[in-house]
Write a protein that binds this ligand. Structure first.
Ligand code: HEC
Length: 487
């Protein structure tokens, strides 16, 4: 059973869900990139050829840069990479690709997408020497790239136990505009059961930029028709509460159903967390819906369509270690200090902190800022005074908002305080600033939402601590693509 606070937070989140989602994220792209420097490393081959480069590209780039995935062009064959050699060098040396904003010198996670110094230097030298093919006959054949749906589903999970489709096809007009949509994917299952994992699969990866999803659970008999209501609602022009009413999310008696926020998210290249058996997981009601409280489609120059779906994996047994969440910051359990108001032409630091009510084992964390974000830092201070680093993002990039999963459960003792610190840059020098000249930016208040609202949020997914958790690996065997080498 949930305690009063949790219920309260969850209901608050339902009212605020439309704004809590990342409404402006991913709308733009940096106009230019920092040049970066090529690291000095010893012992590179005198002549670097594609034979040296291909393994790096395959393990760190091809996953996204292949047909049907988010990368704008393929990086698979020699020709693919040679054709893009100059930009590849620039993106890699400037540390823009592969996208991994977290500082690996501060804390480490599963599935880090970073390249080490040797890999960066190898790619740079290859391009500088004219992107030679060399002898690629010894290269192992390309590993079978997983089917259209798979984004990193561990093999032993097998095919999904259920598939829940969005109710209708979404039409994306070719008017080169971003679109923010609120919608729901209702379901009726055979019985109440347990959800082990859920994956959002966009039908149109090229334009589906991000999705922030919650789960709605109806009590037995509370809802006559879960499928009723509008299909797709424009989040820019509709207040979230109105949108929820149009989607007919309410119980038949007008009260609001139980909502589990942030249960399933999609971002370019992001795999959903697949925790080892018994860890995490949720109760899932027979009748319910996934609430997509923002689905963001990027601009398209031609008319196109999307129909996305959810893959569900069930568990016959109740989660032994049910997932819980701490939600710091805007609309969450701890206030932002000072109040999140950023006058034009200022760079300000905002903080929020929360005392941890019991010993917890953290599985994953998710920092969230919008366009004006400049940097993000989160750590816990234990009662004994020692610091537990959580995450440091030196150059905030609103386009890559991952849920970061620790390699092992991370113990945070009772009465530790989690501190979050974000710097926001509302000057003209911030090239993601949506306004020129800059205007005052504020956090969303109540149910009014505007796409230019800023927010500071930090989500901590955890299970109650048990002794020995520190040694429990969260790696289900698919996540890491790095070789773990020092960088
Ligand atoms: C998580 C998915 C992902 C991974 C991994 C990834 N990319 Fe990308 N890449 C993208 C996306 C999405 C874009 C388009 C970004 C945009 O529009 O701002 C992109 C853009 C690029 C561009 C074009 C940038 C520009 O501004 O023209 C290059 C070059 C590139 N990637 C190279 C690489 C290389 C090299 C790697 C591996 C070392 C890599 N990428 C790994 C997703 C990825």
């Amino acid at each position: 059973m949930m305690n009063g606070l949790f219920t309260h937070v969850r209901q608050a989140a339902l009212v605020a869900a439309g704004v809590a989602a990342c409404l402006v994220a991913c709308t733009g792209r940096p106009a230019d990139h920092d040049a970066g420097t090529v690291p000095e490393v010893e012992g590179l081959p005198d002549t670097v050829t594609f034979a040296d480069v291909a393994p790096i590209i395959r393990s760190h780039c091809t996953g996204c840069h292949r047909p049907g995935q988010v990368g704008p062009f393929p990086l698979i064959s020699y020709q693919d990479v040679r054709r893009k050699a100059k930009t590849v060098r620039k993106m890699v040396v400037g540390r823009w690709m592969p996208p991994w904003p977290a500082d690996t010198a501060y804390s480490r996670f599963l599935g880090e997408r970073t390249l080490n110094a040797r890999q960066i230097a190898t790619l740079a030298k290859w391009v500088d020497q004219g992107a030679l093919a060399g002898d690629t006959s010894a290269l192992p054949p390309l590993p079978a790239l997983a089917g259209s749906a798979a984004t990193g589903v561990p093999e032993h999970f097998g095919p999904p136990d259920a598939v829940v489709w969005l109710p209708d096809t979404f039409y994306i007009p070719g008017d080169n505009r971003d679109r923010f949509i609120i919608t729901k994917a209702p379901f009726v299952l055979e019985r109440d059961t347990f959800l082990r994992a859920v994956e959002f699969v966009p039908g149109n990866r090229r334009y589906a930029h991000h999705m922030n999803g919650a789960m709605i659970s109806y009590a037995d008999g509370a809802k006559g028709d879960v499928f009723g209501g509008a299909a797709y609602i424009d989040a820019d022009s509709t207040r979230s509460l109105d949108a929820f009413a149009e989607l007919q999310l309410q119980n038949d008696d007008g009260t609001w159903p139980l909502l589990t926020p942030n249960l399933v998210n999609y971002l370019p290249g992001l795999s959903p967390p697949f925790y080892p058996a018994g860890i995490g997981g949720y109760r899932i009601a027979r009748e319910g819906a996934f609430l997509l409280n923002t689905m963001h489609y990027g601009p398209s120059m031609r008319d196109t369509l999307d129909r996305s779906h959810f893959n569900l994996w069930f568990s016959a047994v109740a989660p032994q270690r049910p997932m819980k969440e701490l939600f710091l910051g805007t609309l969450g359990m701890s206030p932002v200090v000072p109040e999140l108001v950023i006058p034009p032409d200022t760079v300000m630091t905002f903080r929020t902190s929360l005392r941890v009510p019991a010993d917890i084992s953290v599985l994953s964390i998710n920092p969230h800022l919008h366009l004006l974000g400049k940097s993000f830092l989160a750590f816990a201070v234990a009662p004994a005074g020692d610091t537990i680093p959580l995450i440091r993002i030196p150059d905030w990039d609103f386009r890559w908002q991952y849920a970061y999963t620790f390699a092992h459960m991370l113990h945070i003792p009772k009465d530790a305080v989690i501190h979050v610190e974000a710097v926001m840059d509302n000057t003209a020098a911030n090239r993601n600033n949506p306004f020129s000249p800059p205007r005052t930016a504020v956090a969303p208040k109540g149910r009014h939402m505007r796409t230019t609202d800023e927010m500071l949020q930090f989500f901590v997914n955890y299970v109650d601590y048990r002794p020995g958790d520190e040694r429990i690996s969260l790696n289900t065997g698919t996540a890491p693509t790095t070789d773990g080498a020092p960088r």
